[in-house]
Structure formats: structure tokens, C-alpha cells
Ligand binder design. Structure first.
Ligand code: NBP
Length: 477
């Protein structure tokens, strides 16, 4: 075979990835279960590069130069297993299967283990950037063996997004499921980011009284500063869009029930298993869930609450500045939580993930790309064993400077009855971490009272129990 890479699964993502490889000078073998898609690709984009269209698994495998590299871009789940079952018997030792779908990292661990026994490298790869990213350059998060990255890395570097400094947005994340784990957490952070932006919007609307078009301008201004990011940029675009059929702001004619595909939920489920508090991501997932409960919301419209006080023009402008401070402080906390989850996953599964590198390859191509990520990289470069982003001096200083406004904004939301679950969760996390004492001591007392669950003391080593039902003496257990 002469193709340096093959792509099977030619829906939007696979098609665009294949074109991206071809545009970068690689000969690309093409395959799809339904052959019409393969033919369509060649008809429409065949002149963009060297494609070898194939219509059977045998022909596809035969078209690939050895060791073979084949990218699987099918619907995550059973389809991935079906494709592996079809191709694995046709492959040889040293060949590489790259799964670019949004697989659950546990599935990736299982597939990697099974294929390793056959001498095949399985590279579970997170790919972010959607349809456009796949074509123009995504952020790529490959897992799998070191050896597979040696042969794959240069190609992935070529097709990946480039950060402002020209660095390719791809790195070998770590063994087996590490890439898909990091992609999952990326999506979880994306949920939190979007929810925080949504809450900022709601406050600017309900408290400051701004129109969607005015809020779009505010976001555009924010996008020139430390909040500079793809999500802020597209938020301004969405907010300034006017619905053609009604002439109303687009955001006012869209049903306010947010959907989700599952990576945010996985991030929270795994965080619960790992014991990592990712409250901002959890609140973002729950906020979408609440929005979707139409019956519950209908049945609750009679519930009373305050009406947010509308501010005058001067006050509104000052309030918008405070919301920027709040959004920035909350964003730092949300990323702190997300990176904690990656660190915990890395520890649990022995992945040895470089957290600074992760931030660095998210600077281009992916949905959460942002100027801010450079700061995270610097923080981990300065201190590779940084226990938490909040332990970084410059982030701590920024929060210190923002926190007066952060608290004012959240207090205003609470007294005005504007729901801000993610803002509130991030502040509560921050205050919990800095608290001298937490009511967890009382929780331990309660647990010991009803279940003899025992407790530790601040002043002495050992495990203790109080005889609550008796004379309340303390016994060492
Ligand atoms: P879809 O997720 O819609 O999958 C469609 C592809 O899967 C088609 O090529 C289809 O073949 C193939 N397929 C299915 Br369905 N069942 C199959 C089976 N049993 N055997 C062989 N092929 C099968 O495509 P997509 O939106 O391009 O996404 C591809 C992957 O990339 C997914 O895992 C997705 O989660 C991930 N991803 C998507 C995005 C995005 O923005 N869309 C971003 C990042 C990652 P057919 O043509 O014969 O039906």
C-alpha cells in the first residue's frame, strides 16, 4: 500500500479529518460502511489531495503503507467495537488504530488491552474543535504507547491547530485511556465555561437591564482582555444575531432547554468516583438538566421571589465591570477543578500526564481555546507539582483582587433572585478551601453518634468513638 494514513467513518468529522491529512500532503485511504459517502467525498473534494477510495475492509487495509495507521471516526460505542472487530483480524504486529471518536476512557483502556495482546497499537485520541477544527486544525489528545506516538506524532503535529506561538496543539498525553480522559475533562470544563458565561449574560440582562445586542458589545470588549477566548467570541456573535423571521434577538426565540451528549456527565461521574470536587462542572450539567425539565418548570412558575432591581445607566456600566471580575474569578476556579480531575485520573491510572502541556495544547483548535491557558502552562512550568491552580501565586493574587466584586455580584444575584449556580459553586469552593475550620468536624460527630463511624482528633493520634448512648465517655478504637 502507498497511503500513509487511512480514515474509516466518513461522516462530518471523518471526512474533514481525511481532507485535512490530504491537504497536508499525505496520501489518504478512505473507507466507510456505506460506500456512497466515500464516493461523495472523492467527487466533491478529490482534487484537494491524494485519496485512495476503497469499498471493502480488505482493500482499505491493503491500501495502507506499513506499519499501517488507520483512523476510526465512527459513532462512539458499539460502532467502534464493530469496526475494530472487522479490521483487527486484517492487521499485523506494529499497526496502529487511532480512535478519534468521543469514547469513554474505560472503553479505550479495554480496547487498548485487547489489541495489545495482538501486537496492535490502539491510540484513543481526543479531538476537539468540531467540524471546522477537524478540517482546519483541531486540538488533538492522543493516548496509547510511546512507540505509536513516534510514528504518528509528526503527522498529527502537521494537521493540528497551531497556537499563537506556532506550537502544534498536540502532545502524547499518556498511555491507554489518558487521551480520552483528557478530552472528556476538556468537555467538562467547556460545560462550566459555557454555564458561567450564561450566568454573566443573565445578570447583565436582568440586573443591568442590557439588551442582547448591548451585551454582545460588552462581551466583545471582554474578548480584548484577559477573558479573550473562542467561547466569549462566539457568545457575542450569538447575542448580536437577529432572528430573520421575527426580527427578535435570536437568543429570545430559541427554546431555553439545553441538551447534552454525555461528556459533561461523564466528567462528573468520574469525578465522583475519584473523589474530586468539580462543583462548577457538576452545576453546569445540572443547570442543563433543570432547564430541560419543562413540566417541573411549568409547575413552579407560581413560586414567589424578588424581582431583580434594575440599575440606572451609570450603575449598570459599573456592574458590568464587576461581572467581568466575577466571571474571571469563577473561571479560574472551574479550571482549577478540571485540572484537579486530570491530576487525579493521572495518579489513579499511572498516566504521568503533564498538566502544563495539556493547557498548552488547548490554546488552539479546541472549544475552550483561550489566552488564559498560557497562564496555566506557566503556573505548572514554574511548579510542576503544583497541588492546585489556586496555589499558584499569580492566580491567587488575581482572585484576591477580583473577589470583592465577585462576592458583590453573587450577593446581587441572590437578593435579586437570579439563578447563578456555577458562580455560587465556585465561590463556595474557594471559601471552603481557605476556611480555617469546616463543619466537617460536626459531620464526623453526627456520623459517630448515629453509626459509630469514629473520628480523629486534632490534638492526638488515633481513632476515637464517643459512647453517645451511654455515659458519653470517649474510647479509643
Ligand atoms: P457520527 O457520530 O454521526 O457517526 C457516523 C459514522 O459512524 C458514519 O461513518 C457511519 O457509517 C459510522 N457507523 C455507525 Br453510526 N455505525 C457503524 C457500524 N456499526 N460500523 C461501521 N460504521 C458505523 O459521526 P461524526 O459526527 O462525524 O462523529 C464521529 C466521531 O467523532 C464520534 O465518535 C463523535 O463523538 C466524535 N466527535 C464529533 C465531534 C463533532 O463536532 N461532531 C467533535 C469531536 C468528536 P455510515 O455512513 O455507514 O452510517
Amino acid at each position: 500500500g502507498t497511503a500513509q494514513i487511512g480514515v474509516t467513518g466518513l461522516a462530518v468529522m471523518g471526512r474533514n479529518l481525511a481532507r485535512n491529512f490530504a491537504r497536508n500532503g499525505y496520501t489518504v485511504a478512505l473507507h466507510n460502511r456505506t460506500v456512497a459517502r466515500t464516493r461523495e467525498l472523492v467527487e466533491e473534494f478529490g482534487d484537494e489531495g491524494d485519496f485512495i477510495a476503497t469499498e471493502s475492509a480488505q482493500d482499505f487495509v491493503a491500501a495502507l503503507e506499513r506499519p499501517r495507521r488507520l483512523v476510526v471516526m465512527v459513532k462512539a460505542g458499539e460502532a467502534t467495537d464493530a469496526v475494530i472487530a472487522e479490521f483487527a483480524p486484517l492487521l499485523e504486529t506494529g499497526d496502529v488504530i487511532i480512535d478519534g471518536g468521543n469514547a469513554h476512557f474505560e472503553d479505550t483502556r479495554r480496547r487498548e488491552r485487547e489489541l495489545r495482546e495482538q501486537g496492535i497499537h490502539f491510540v484513543g485520541t481526543g479531538i476537539s474543535g468540531g467540524e471546522e477544527g477537524a478540517l482546519e486544525g483541531p486540538s488533538i489528545m492522543p493516548g496509547g504507547s510511546e512507540e505509536s506516538y513516534d510514528s504518528l506524532g509528526p503527522m498529527l503535529e502537521k494537521i493540528s491547530a497551531k497556537a499563537k506561538d506556532g506550537a502544534p496543539c498536540v502532545t502524547h498525553i499518556g498511555p491507554d485511556g489518558a487521551g480520552h480522559f483528557v478530552k472528556m475533562t476538556h468537555n467538562g470544563i467547556e460545560y462550566a465555561d459555557m454555564q458561567l458565561i450564561g450566568e454573566a449574560y443573565q445578570l447583565l440582562r436582568d440586573v443591568a437591564g442590557y439588551s442582547p445586542a448591548q451585551i454582545a458589545d460588552i462581551f466583545r470588549t471582554w474578548n480584548t482582555g484577559r477573558l479573550d477566548s473562542y467561547l466569549i467570541e462566539i457568545t457575542a456573535e450569538v447575542l448580536s444575531h437577529v432572528d430573520a423571521s421575527t426580527g427578535e434577538p435570536f437568543v429570545d426565540v430559541v427554546l431555553d432547554q439545553a441538551e447534552q451528549k454525555g461528556t459533561g456527565r461523564w466528567t462528573v461521574q468520574i469525578a465522583l468516583d475519584l473523589g474530586v470536587p468539580v462543583s462548577a462542572i457538576a452545576e453546569a450539567v445540572f443547570a442543563r438538566s433543570v432547564s430541560g425539565h419543562a413540566d417541573l418548570r411549568d409547575a413552579s412558575r407560581h413560586l414567589t421571589g424578588p424581582t431583580a432591581r434594575r440599575l440606572g445607566a451609570d450603575e449598570a456600566a459599573a456592574f458590568a465591570d464587576q461581572v467581568e471580575q466575577a466571571l474571571y474569578a469563577s473561571k479560574i476556579v472551574a479550571y482549577t477543578q478540571g485540572f484537579h480531575e486530570i491530576a487525579a485520573g493521572s495518579e489513579r491510572y499511572d498516566w504521568n500526564i503533564d498538566l502544563g502541556e495539556v493547557a498548552s495544547i488547548w490554546r488552539g483548535g479546541c472549544i475552550i481555546r483561550a489566552a488564559f491557558l498560557d497562564r496555566i502552562t506557566s503556573a505548572y512550568e514554574a511548579r510542576p507539582r503544583l497541588p492546585s491552580l489556586l496555589a499558584d501565586k499569580s492566580f491567587a493574587e488575581e482572585i484576591a483582587a477580583a473577589q470583592g466584586d465577585w462576592r458583590t455580584v453573587i450577593a446581587t444575584a441572590v437578593t435579586g433572585g437570579v439563578p447563578t449556580p456555577a458562580f455560587a459553586a465556585t465561590l463556595a469552593y474557594y471559601d471552603s478551601l481557605r476556611a480555617e475550620r469546616l463543619p466537617a468536624a460536626l459531620t464526623q460527630g453526627q456520623r459517630d453518634y448515629f453509626g459509630a463511624h469514629t473520628y480523629h482528633r486534632t490534638d492526638r493520634e488515633g481513632t476515637f468513638h464517643t459512647l453517645w448512648g451511654g455515659d458519653r465517655t470517649e474510647v479509643k478504637s
